[in-house]
Design a protein around this ligand. Structure first.
Ligand SMILES: *Cc1c(COP(=O)(O)O)cnc(C)c1O
Length: 461
């Protein structure tokens, strides 16, 4: 399997290179040169398999050099620690509506599903190449803990996570700082999340430093993270009767990674009715699907912070397909986005998108009302991200059949849940003692030189 850049000017790469590289050298994102295909018989044969085995079968065609058996050993290891034996269980709400619970991993959000596998893929590829990497990332809350859990105790990886001092919730901070492994380093920056992100970017652009520490990233444009999410669309649809029955999905969306994985599942041959892009007030994607114009706006803070995003970094992957896989068109579009704060697709491209995609925007009050409604109807406490998804599913496809992706455990967003339901959700058993655990982190000023010196002194060589 060769991977091509969405901007058409970077060399084609293999999976191992794409895994370690992240962004293409022409500024584009890597996508498969062709979508691996699953026949209807292939889909039927997945029925009843344990999730880890089904995921290995679905994903191995994307990963040259890793056969199904080797990948299956990795997925079993990655998903063995998930609290629910089904890993990504379906829960039926009503006749046509299901929730897929993606939050049973170590940090209680769906990012674990991809990150847990990514850590193991990194380890394998680095061992094969006899290389080490230093992962440096910035987080506003959820991504940092998922990355730390995925990379802790891995021989070939040191990981440094920058977060804004005093500006992440206590649960989020403790999920990072109570991991005391030798290769894990938390840095509380005296600044904002934007400062943290700017420091990481500046470190990346310091080419001498970048090469010296073999710097790498695990952010959401990494193809391996996106592809790992394809498996649960396919296994859940098969559990509800695919390929002989057709389901829809509703996806709470920020960076367009999760929902792009749903699109990929459909391109691989999974019969799918509609794919709903559900946004909070930060609605650039909803406006795009309404009008064909993708225009930047101010980011506003909401109860669903992981979706408070202005420019969805994975959206370029869809633009590439809508442009007939013509990298020159995508280059022009991305230039317009940079220069004029917006881009447009042709009416034909928008019509093509509408064959699959629907979109919906859910405001703050409706999100709270939905959490309360579902709690009264089913005694299920939804986190605010999942509530945005379910609201979209119920409004757009009231009869279903539709699976809403439930992306975070309610205990991760206790304030929003308490406000809506009148009671606070309990932390799951494996995290119940998180307020008693020892923490380790270093506070640093918002200065690149200080951060670089810290990384140099602590990374293992
Ligand atoms: C990251 C995240 C999302 C958004 O996912 P994207 O792949 O960025 O669209 C939704 N919900 C939760 C809880 C998340 O952590």
């Amino acid at each position: 399997m060769q991977y091509v850049s969405t901007r058409g000017q970077a060399p084609d790469l293999t999976f191992g290179d794409v895994l370690l590289t992240g962004l293409a050298r022409d500024g584009g994102l890597y996508v498969p040169g062709a979508w691996p295909q699953l026949s209807h018989d292939d889909l039927r044969a997945l029925a009843g398999l344990p999730y880890a085995d089904a995921a290995a079968r679905i994903l191995s065609p994307f990963m040259d050099g890793i056969d199904e058996d080797e990948l299956s050993a990795m997925t079993r290891d990655a998903y063995g620690a998930f609290v629910d034996p089904g890993v990504v269980p379906l829960r039926q709400l009503s006749d046509g509506h299901w929730l897929m619970e993606l939050f049973h991993g170590p940090t209680l959000a769906f990012k674990d599903v991809a990150m847990q596998l990514l850590g193991r893929l990194f380890d394998r590829e680095l061992a094969r190449r006899q290389q080490r990497v230093t992962i440096v990332g910035a987080t506003s809350g959820d991504t940092g803990s998922a990355a730390i859990e995925a990379c802790r105790d891995r021989d070939a990886i040191d990981i440094f996570i920058l977060y804004p001092d005093g500006r992440v919730s206590e649960v989020q901070r403790r999920q990072m700082t109570t991991v005391l492994s030798d290769n894990v380093h938390n840095i509380a920056i005296e600044g904002t999340f934007d400062d943290c992100q700017a420091l990481v970017k500046a470190a990346f652009n310091d080419l001498v430093f970048r090469d010296e520490i073999a710097m790498s990233a695990v952010n959401s444009i990494n193809w391996a993270r996106v592809v790992a999410q394809v498996a649960y669309y396919i296994t859940s649809a098969v559990a509800l009767g695919a390929p002989d029955k057709r389901v829809s999905f509703a996806v709470p969306t920020g960076n367009f990674g999760c929902v792009f994985a749903g699109y990929a599942a459909r391109q691989m041959g999974l019969p799918m009715d509609k794919l709903i892009v559900a946004t909070n007030r930060n609605d650039i994607l909803h406006r795009f699907f309404q009008t064909g114009a993708y225009r930047k706006d101010q980011v506003v803070a909401t109860q669903s912070p992981s979706m408070d995003i202005q420019v969805a970094s994975n959206f370029e992957r869809l633009l590439f397909d809508l442009a007939g896989r013509d990298g020159a068109v995508v280059r022009q579009q991305m230039q317009a986005l940079a220069d004029q704060e917006g881009l447009e697709v042709t009416p034909e491209a928008l019509a093509q998108a509408h064959e699959l995609f629907l979109s919906h925007r859910v405001d703050e009050e409706t999100t709270t009302a939905t959490i309360g409604e579902v709690f009264r109807e089913y005694s299920i406490a939804l986190d605010p991200h999942s509530a945005v998804g379910l609201r979209a599913a119920r409004d757009l496809l009231p009869d279903g059949p539709v699976i809403t992706l439930s992306t975070a455990h309610p205990a991760k967003f206790p304030d929003a849940v308490e406000k809506a339901c009148g009671q606070s959700p309990a932390l799951p058993a494996h995290m119940a003692d998180i307020y008693q655990r020892e923490e380790r982190y270093t506070v640093l000023p918002n200065e690149l030189a200080a951060v670089q010196a810290h990384i140099r002194s602590l990374r293992r060589t």
